[in-house]
Write a protein that binds this ligand. Sequence first.
Ligand SMILES: [Zn+2]
Length: 127
Amino acid sequence: MARTPGPHRELRGATVRESLREALLEEPCTARDLSRAVGIPEREVPEHLEHLMRSLPHRGEALEVEPCRCLDCGFVPRRHPLKRPGHCPECRGRRLSLPRFRIEARSGRRPGRPKGSRRRDRQERDV
Ligand SMILES: [Zn+2]
C-alpha cells in the first residue's frame, strides 16, 4: 500500500554525490576515475556531476571542468562539457581526451569551511 521507493533512491544519490565530492576535492578526476572511486557506472557520472554543480555553490565551492579535446585537430566540443562525444565533430577523429573535473573551494568568503579543506590548508602552509 504505502510504498515509497523514491526516498531510498534519493538517499543513495546524495551519498554518491558526497563521495564524488570527496574524490574531486582530493585530485582532478575523469568520469572513469570517478566511476571507479565511487562504484557507479561511468555513464551515470555526468548526471551526478550536474546535481553537484548546483549544490556546491551553497558550500562556497565550484566544480571546475577541463573540457575534452580532440587529440588530432585540437577541437574542443562544448555542447556537453561533462561528456565525451564518440568522435570529434570537426575531423571525425576518435582520439579525444577525457574531460577532467575538480572542485575548487572559494575560500575567504565564508567563515564555516568543511573540515577537510582546513586540514589541507595547514599542510600547505607548513611546506
Ligand atoms: Zn578533431
